[in-house]
Write a protein that binds this ligand. Structure first.
Ligand SMILES: [Zn+2]
Length: 132
């Protein structure tokens, strides 16, 4: 066997092993989360990494026409081990409740400039009532 042919042969062999390993490895992959919200996916990735949960994120573009604005592209987060799904799901719930809290906007009183938490409908400092 010539050197070239042998090299080619080894190349094919190693890619076959690699794809086999890939399949073995990803057999237990489960989809954890799907979102258009890149910020959320970013924080989810950070949380998963922090917990040592192996994961991958895939961009799912529904368009084959080329450029898709990033906001439209859906991202899917996959967990590599289904045994870690429960832990990962509780991270998702934690993050979701954090997001729910921060989306309730705090506000600033136009009369006295006091900054107020979202749950207050009136300024405790001067009594200004926020419009609904
Ligand atoms: Zn005020």
């Amino acid at each position: 066997m010539s050197y070239g042919a042998r090299k080619k042969c080894l190349g094919i062999l190693s890619s076959a092993i690699a794809s086999r390993l890939f399949l073995e490895h990803y057999r237990y992959m489960v989809k954890l989360y799907e979102s258009h919200d890149r910020m959320f996916v970013e924080s989810l990735k950070a949380a998963l990494t922090g917990e040592g949960i192996q994961h991958i994120v895939k961009d799912e573009s529904s368009s084959s026409l080329g450029e898709v604005p990033p906001i439209v592209t859906c991202q899917r987060v996959w967990i590599l081990q289904d045994s870690e799904l429960e832990r990962a799901q509780s991270l998702v719930r934690q993050l979701e409740s954090q997001v729910a809290l921060t989306t309730q906007q705090s506000w600033t009183c136009p009369d006295c400039n006091e900054s107020l938490e979202a749950q207050f409908t009136a300024c405790w400092n001067c009594g200004y009532e926020r419009e609904a």
